[in-house]
Unconditional design. Structure first.
Length: 216
């Protein structure tokens, strides 16, 4: 039997191919993971068209699944620059609930939808007494342009080098090729009460966090 292959396309940019199917019985699912060869942009991350690694080890998957910051844990403090270049510490917001959302990158389709959805519901968050903060690896200048273009009324923090993302253990998607989209709700004491992860439905983050805050 001749080998066959299948493919699927993400956002009309990049095609990810599975390994050829062979006549022999397959006992373990195999995955293809892009490496840094020819580049294409997808939600702010670099993917490749031509070079693949297979299979993915269980040890590498473990790092993508388990977060370092968990529900019921006091959120670790950090200090990052906001869109105006001013240093902001998380501890500044103690005494009020905080909705802290990590997103892949400014000006990407999903992240723009998410940012604007937080903007459109911002008064609802304020009514619940909560502060909204977005974090990505973009620099302050990028955040300033992004916030200005879409009239975002909340703080955007620059995590260049993704240190805070790594410290918090935000899981990536597509086996780490795509930065994760994860939202944390902290109570007024800085304790994590909700963790919500959904890469491909960015606007659901707003629905889920508002629902939680209203029920709290």
């Amino acid at each position: 039997m001749a080998a066959s292959s299948s493919s699927f396309t993400l956002c009309n940019h990049t095609t990810l191919r599975t390994l050829p199917l062979r006549k022999t019985l397959v006992t373990k699912t195999q995955f293809s993971v892009p490496t840094k060869s020819s580049e294409s942009n997808f939600f702010g991350s670099t993917l490749t068209h031509s070079s693949y690694i297979s299979p993915v080890s269980s040890s590498s998957l473990k790092g993508l699944i388990f977060a370092k910051v968990n529900k019921g844990q006091a959120a670790p403090d950090f200090t990052l620059k906001d869109q105006n270049g001013k240093p902001v510490s998380l501890k500044k917001y103690k005494g009020k609930p905080v909705v802290l959302y990590f997103y892949p990158a400014d000006e990407t389709p999903g992240c723009t939808k998410q940012a604007c959805a937080f903007r459109d519901s911002y008064e609802k968050f304020k009514k619940a007494g909560a502060e909204v903060i977005g974090i990505s690896g973009d620099d302050s200048a990028s955040h300033k342009a992004f916030a200005s273009k879409y009239k975002l009324p909340y703080t955007l923090l620059s995590d260049e080098g993704n240190k805070v993302r790594k410290d918090w253990g935000v899981p990536g998607d597509l086996f780490g090729a795509l930065p994760g989209r994860q939202t944390y709700v902290l109570d007024k004491n800085g304790v994590v009460q909700l963790i919500y992860n959904n890469q491909f439905q960015p606007e659901k983050h707003i629905d889920e966090t508002l629902k939680f805050l209203k029920a709290a």
